[in-house]
Design a protein around this ligand. Structure first.
Ligand code: HEM
Length: 454
């Protein structure tokens, strides 16, 4: 690799700031609202007039929260309220027995063997993304990758491309929705009291209703096709025909609409963010791009096969390095259900517990040269050891991302196929500034000069 590459990192704020100053900073951007010491800290406590929040970086602590006693740290009510208009009570936001039941029905659809069935959908979407890039030019790649990732998820769920009438309408309704609701997943951080009314903007609710109406039509049609024995064998059919092994019950239409909306949102915004940052990172290193293209030529050739994706070692390392530096969901918010003691401090029930893939991925005690883009670290014993304590872009434990296996095929596949056909170069004066919206995005998009690979 050519030289040390330091991609953009938000400027951390000065150490001391008032609560109201914090709210102001937070509203501008949560990543730069946090002080620099969080990249070194084992734990940090934030007191607001209404509640206390703990950011837990120390590996035994985040493992306690996510892996060992997740039932004592449920997802926060604030987050549920923020996501409810679109996601309803889906598995992303539910807790306890309700969440367990939903996972029992959904997990079989994402098991290793089933991923093979989603591969043709990913490949078709990747080919369509390559075709859409055409002769290249100056391109905003976040938007392009959103389109590509939405195409992947629609083809995998409902066997329809994103260009299809309803799929396209859902995609556009989601984009409009996001524009009105930028901080959804991070709502749990706002230092407002629990009783503070959380009105959704009228436009947010309007877009949410439209999204759910469109998805209801698709789901009802699929239910009829399943009844008639004409349904395609895709994720939607699999989920709708799987019975809870404990109760024998299946999802009703309303529950299925919650899940589809969630898969669509959780499964395309995240992958799109990761792919866009990956393309920016490789744009900084032409030699790495040449190696990615060579790997893709050897491993995938002109007719990529599912079994070959596991041999895309370099593409996977590059994608993982992008997930480390720019984890699409930067912070995971939980709530203490009972009194706890963290590093000799009493944590009261109701306190916010924040596990931060963003800070862990760049933590100075865990990684060597944490801010540098260095895919080679993934093949070193130190890199692998650091990953065990500091790499959780898909979260960890029983509530980890259901689509992690899916995303780790989709991401390297799209990256390899794009690097095989194109070269990417940064645009002078347009360095992207990372900010956290629903996912980690660039404030003014990610612009790259794209050319067909000669
Ligand atoms: C690079 C891509 C992706 C990343 C980085 C990612 C990350 C995450 C993270 C961090 C969580 C936990 C959120 C929390 O604890 O608050 C999560 C949950 C989830 N993700 Fe993903 N995700 C990705 C792709 C996908 C895909 C492709 C799908 C579906 C096809 C998906 C479906 C879900 C679902 C359903 C949950 C909720 C799981 C539960 O709470 O039981 N994700 N994801």
């Amino acid at each position: 690799m050519s030289g040390r590459i330091l991609p953009p990192k938000p400027t951390a704020r000065a150490e001391k700031v008032s609560v109201w100053g914090y709210i102001k900073l937070f509203r501008q951007d949560i990543l730069s609202a946090h002080p620099a010491r969080l990249y070194r800290a084992k734990m940090a406590e934030f007191r607001t007039p209404f509640f206390t929040s703990y950011l837990v970086n120390e590996p035994p602590l985040w493992k306690l929260v996510l892996n060992e006693r997740p039932q004592d740290f449920p997802k926060s009510e604030r987050m549920r309220a923020g996501l409810e208009p679109v996601m309803g009570n889906s598995l992303f936001v539910s807790n306890g027995a309700d969440w367990e039941r939903q996972r029992r029905i959904i997990d079989p659809a994402f098991e290793g063997g089933r991923l093979r069935d989603s591969f043709p959908a990913m490949l078709a979407a990747a080919r369509a993304a390559v075709t859409r890039l055409g002769e290249g030019g100056r391109v905003e790649v976040e938007e392009r990758m959103s389109h590509a990732a939405a195409d992947v998820i629609f083809r995998a769920l409902f066997s329809v491309p994103i260009g299809d009438g309803e799929a396209s309408a859902v995609f556009h309704a989601f984009r409009a929705h996001q524009g009105t609701q930028p901080l959804l997943n991070l709502a749990g951080f706002l230092p407002l009291p629990r009783w503070f009314p959380r009105f959704h903007r009228r436009s947010t609710l309007k877009h949410a209703r439209r999204i759910r109406a469109l998805i209801t039509t698709m789901t009802e049609r699929r239910a009829a096709e399943i009844g008639a024995g004409t349904a395609p064998d895709d994720l939607a059919t699999k989920i709708m025909t799987t019975a809870d092994p404990q109760t024998g019950e299946r999802f009703n239409t309303g529950e299925m609409v919650d899940q589809v909306a969630t898969f669509f949102l959780a499964g395309h915004e995240t992958s799109a963010s990761a792919l866009a940052w990956t393309l920016y990172l490789i744009a900084l290193d032409p030699e790495l791009q040449a190696r990615l293209a060579a790997e893709a030529n050897v491993v995938l050739g002109d007719s990529p096969q599912f079994g070959a994706v596991s041999r895309l070692r370099l593409a996977r390392d590059v994608f993982r390095e992008a997930l480390r530096l720019y984890p699409p969901l930067p912070m995971l918010v939980r709530q203490a259900a009972r009194p706890e003691c963290f590093r000799k401090r009493d944590v009261k029930p109701g306190a916010q517990i924040v596990v931060s893939p963003w800070h862990l991925g760049r933590h100075e005690n865990l990684w060597s040269d944490p801010d540098a883009f260095c895919p080679a670290r993934w093949q070193t014993p130190e890199g692998k050891a650091a990953a065990r304590d500091g790499f959780i872009p898909f979260s960890s434990g029983p509530r980890a991302c259901s689509g992690a296996g899916f995303a780790m095929i989709e991401g390297p596949l799209l990256l390899a196929m794009l690097a095989q056909r194109f070269t990417f170069a940064p645009v002078a004066g347009q360095e992207p500034v990372p900010v956290a919206f629903l996912t980690v995005r660039a404030r003014d998009g990610i612009w790259l000069d794209v050319s067909p690979r000669g």
